[in-house]
Design a protein around this ligand. Structure first.
Ligand code: F3S
Length: 395
């Protein structure tokens, strides 16, 4: 075997730390061999995807329960969104049956020592690696954010491989764990207006569609907030499988600048918007918080909803992480939002909750949410700014 293992790695492989650690180490070494890694390295943080019972089903739950028999996390590990708000699911129309099964999934993770907070923005709630840190994350938007905006180093893990890293604290050294694989390949010069999160989502859609997994080097974006960058990450990962990009003046990684430059025009962003706008969409569902909303976004939404009422025929979900929701409760944002008739939903999102058949048309600021609304739930879609989404909700 070409893979160099430490004594601890071998002990895990030999079953000295139990059967789950053995199975986990088998997954990691198998991946290492497939991708030609020379050795395993330690990771300091894990983020696991594949948490919604809607996606896992009984087979996935059985696997988790097996691993939970004697598996224990060795490093900080958090979860991707589940299929429901773990505490307030009933008022969001989730069935008892689904809630029970989702609860069993979370129990299995808890038993293994996973921090059972379910979010695709773990970096906003305390699972925050630093520049150059090796981690094993699974959610595509979070992987892109960690690699690009933070400068941490992770491949895009699958559910089982992320869990395997959580139970061993190890991953195989290949792909984005190696500096030589993090060099930009195509340069994009953005000439379009970049103002709101929806613009950044559309930019991600255009670059993602064009670049097809090549590493982009982006120029022409003068400023971007964390919220705008998380929107871009979600979109470029969804539409192009991009797990790492460089944005001149905004992201920290050093790279050679590719000679080949392509221009992104306003017309292309407008065309991307038209593509996501179904002209016959009847909007009955408005969802903001893909990726999960920050406390800043929630505060701004609360301000827009102050003293207003959501139209009867519309359902509004603002999705976020549970610790952010707790903060929103403390700040009074939760009360303002819910009094207006919108829901501040934690732990879940509009793509992984069992919503198929419940709505006809989704209005959102997220290009990624449009992709999943169409593909998974057969909703029609429209993409606008957060402000326009909220205006539509109370229209
Ligand atoms: Fe997060 Fe769900 Fe969007 S996992 S990135 S809110 S589709």
């Amino acid at each position: 075997m070409g893979l160099e293992l430490t004594k601890d790695d071998r002990d895990m492989l030999d079953g000295k730390y139990g059967k789950s650690a053995k199975k986990a180490m088998e997954i990691i070494t198998a991946l290492g061999e497939i991708y030609g890694a020379k050795r395993l390295i330690s990771v300091s943080s894990v983020q696991i995807a594949g948490v919604s019972y809607h996606n896992l089903g009984e087979a996935g739950l059985e696997y988790l329960s097996d691993m939970a028999e004697d598996g224990q996390t060795r490093v900080l590990t958090t979860l991707n969104p589940a299929g429901m708000d773990l505490t307030e699911w009933k008022k969001h129309g989730i069935s008892e049956r689904f809630a029970k099964n989702q609860g069993r999934v979370v129990e299995a993770f808890l038993k293994m020592g996973v921090i059972a907070t379910c979010t695709c923005t773990p970096y906003l709630i305390g699972n925050l690696p630093h520049y150059g840190e090796h981690i094993a994350w699974a959610e595509s938007s979070a992987v892109c954010f960690a690699n690009s905006v933070i400068g941490a180093m992770t491949n895009r893990e699958g559910g089982p491989s992320a869990l395997a890293s959580a139970l061993t604290g190890r991953t195989a050294e290949y792909g984005f764990h190696l500096q030589e694989n993090r060099v930009a390949q195509v340069r994009y010069d953005v000439e379009a207006r970049m103002e709101n999160t929806d613009d950044f989502g559309l930019l991600g859609q255009v670059i993602g569609t064009r670049t097809k997994k090549a590493i982009p080097y982006i120029t022409g974006v003068a400023n971007a907030t964390t919220e705008q960058l998380k929107s871009f990450c979600a979109s470029v990962a969804t539409y192009g499988g991009v797990a790492l990009f460089h944005m001149e003046g905004l992201t920290p990684n050093r790279t050679l600048v590719p000679d080949k430059t392509e221009v992104i025009t306003q017309d292309e962003l407008d065309a991307a918007r038209s593509e996501l706008d179904d002209t016959d969409a009847e909007i009955d569902f408005i969802s903001v918080g893909c990726p999960h909303a920050s406390i800043k976004e929630i505060g701004e939404i609360a301000k827009m909803l102050e003293g207003k009422k959501v139209a009867k025929e519309k359902t509004v979900w603002i999705t976020t992480a549970k610790p952010t929701k707790d903060l929103a409760v403390k700040m009074g944002y939760y009360d303002t939002i819910e009094k207006a008739g919108a829901f501040l939903v934690s732990d879940a999102c509009c793509a992984v909750a069992p919503l198929k058949g419940r709505f006809k048309g989704l209005l959102t600021d997220s290009a990624k949410a449009c992709f999943y609304a169409r593909g998974k739930n057969s909703f029609k879609t429209k993409i606008r700014t957060i402000e326009e989404c909220i205006k539509e909700a109370i229209a």
